[in-house]
Design a protein around this ligand. Structure first.
Ligand code: EPZ
Length: 429
């Protein structure tokens, strides 16, 4: 299994082009199933999760074609991929495919909306928490779907089509909002989703659905209205820049005390995070093309965070911020409210010399003067990259094992960091 070796050294300096967001690309690819015509997605990142979802979509009958390199683009530019679901040939998403990636469960929305039926394997638990699917079942049932569960599968049907409804989510869910929004595009009548997720990836999906002929309004607010249409058509749409990748590199720059320009970023999509970085002692300057994150000489200050749905501090950056706080000059508190088991990085950061104590959903981090390289591994992708951030300033060599987690969600991580001066390399085994 591949591993990444990092030798802690000086500050990061340079420019990093931010990739398209994994968590936007996945639902956008799934949305291609809503139309017989092609959906062309630009700025799709090269990630293992994208490849896995392509396999799943192929099984339903979706064709895809990757455009070759275009003049003026580099090998690092996001890819343009054409998805064409002229005919859905299979409405079952089998366990072997769905169990690899939870987001693939979301095919239930387009399958039900376009075909009136779906049989989708339950995704099961995963490392960061139990992650149930009750909100999907309740909300689709509210639209008139008949739903039963047997042998680990959800069977959903709506032979006469889904019916618009007013549905209030008891809890904010990104995935359930994606699915209900997609399902409602082809329903009869109007659907009003209350307590909808406001994440930029939801907005990006809604904009794409509108480009495909849907009538979605209220994006970015907690009430989204979808007027059902008869048919959706083809469109061309760009995957929004990855705010989690942006935040990750911003924390790496703040950790190492360098100055890094993050290209292609929309700062308002991670304002809460940038504010916390400024509190911690970083300087952020934005212009039309992106943001510059630097920290010159000043000590890292301890800052408390609590994860929340957007626009709050994202759970997907909690591990990385904790890594940063391991070197702060004092004690910080990190509270996780979205997933019940998202502290697996704590024991691995401790292997690098961090001083962290856990009490339920709260971690107390006492900053230390030095971290020391060690063998580490992590069980999810954000936890893995938090170890990379810590390793950038640790004395000596750190080996991050189980690199496939990083490959699921970070495009060309080693190339991007080494271009800014990091000593990082992949060992293929
Ligand atoms: C999305 O997961 C992201 N994944 C996650 O990113 C992210 O951490 C999460 O949203 C929160 O921002 C993708 O976009 C592919 P949720 P999702 O439904 O949609 C509970 C990463 O590292 N819940 O918003 O699965 C759930 O257990 C990943 O890139 C129910 O109780 O998350 C959690 O506590 C990991 N019942 C909370 O809601 C349900 O039916 C929020 O989860 C559904 C969810």
């Amino acid at each position: 299994m591949d591993k990444i070796l990092i030798n802690g050294n000086g500050p990061l300096n340079g420019t990093i082009a931010i990739s398209g967001a994994k968590n936007a690309a996945l639902p956008l690819m799934i949305a291609s199933m809503l139309s017989e015509e092609s959906l062309i997605l630009e700025n799709v990142p090269r990630l293992a999760d994208v490849e896995s979802l392509i396999r799943i979509l192929e099984n339903h009958g979706v064709d895809y074609r990757v455009e070759g390199k275009r003049r003026g683009k580099s090998g690092m530019s996001g890819r343009t991929i054409h998805f064409s679901a002229s005919e859905i040939v299979d409405t079952t998403a089998p366990y072997e495919l769905v169990s690899k990636m939870r987001a693939s469960f979301w095919v239930i929305g387009p399958l039900l909306a376009r075909m009136g039926e779906a049989r989708v394997s339950l995704p099961g638990g995963c490392a960061i928490g139990t992650r149930p699917v009750d909100l999907f079942i309740d909300s689709l049932a509210a639209m008139g779907a008949d739903i039963s569960i047997d042998h680990g599968y959800i069977n959903a049907s709506a032979r006469n089509g889904l019916i618009g409804t007013r549905y209030r989510f008891p809890k904010v869910s990104v995935g359930a909002t994606h699915v209900l929004m997609m399902a409602a595009t082809l329903a009869k009548g109007t659907t009003i989703i209350e307590n909808a997720a406001r994440e930029p990836e939801v907005t990006n999906l809604g904009e794409c659905l509108n480009a495909m002929g849907a009538k979605v309004s209220g994006l970015g607010t907690s009430t989204i209205t979808i007027k059902g249409v008869e048919k959706m058509h083809g469109a061309r749409h760009r995957v929004v820049a990855d705010r989690i990748e942006t935040g990750t590199f911003a924390m790496a720059a703040a950790m190492t005390g360098g100055s890094v320009y993050l290209q292609g970023v929309q700062p308002h999509l991670l304002q809460t995070v940038l504010d916390k970085l400024v509190e911690a002692g970083a300087t952020i300057e934005s212009d039309n093309g992106g943001i510059r994150v630097s920290r010159n000489g000043s000590a890292l200050k301890p800052v408390n965070i609590t994860t929340e749905p957007f626009p709050g501090f994202p759970t997907d950056l909690q591990a990385q911020f904790m890594a940063l706080m391991t070197r702060a000059d004092g004690v910080s508190e990190i509270t996780e409210t979205i997933f019940e088991n998202r502290f697996m990085h704590v024991q691995e950061l401790a292997r690098l010399g961090a001083n962290i104590s856990l009490d339920g959903q709260k971690a107390t981090v006492t900053g230390v003067e030095n971290l020391k390289g060690a063998q580490v591994m992590a069980t999810d992708l954000r936890a893995s990259v938090s170890l990379v951030i810590a390793a950038l300033v640790a004395e000596g060599e750190t080996a991050v094992n189980r690199v496939y987690h990083l490959d699921r969600g970070f495009e060309m991580l080693e190339e991007k960091l080494s271009a800014c001066g990091a000593r990082i390399e992949r060992i293929r085994e």
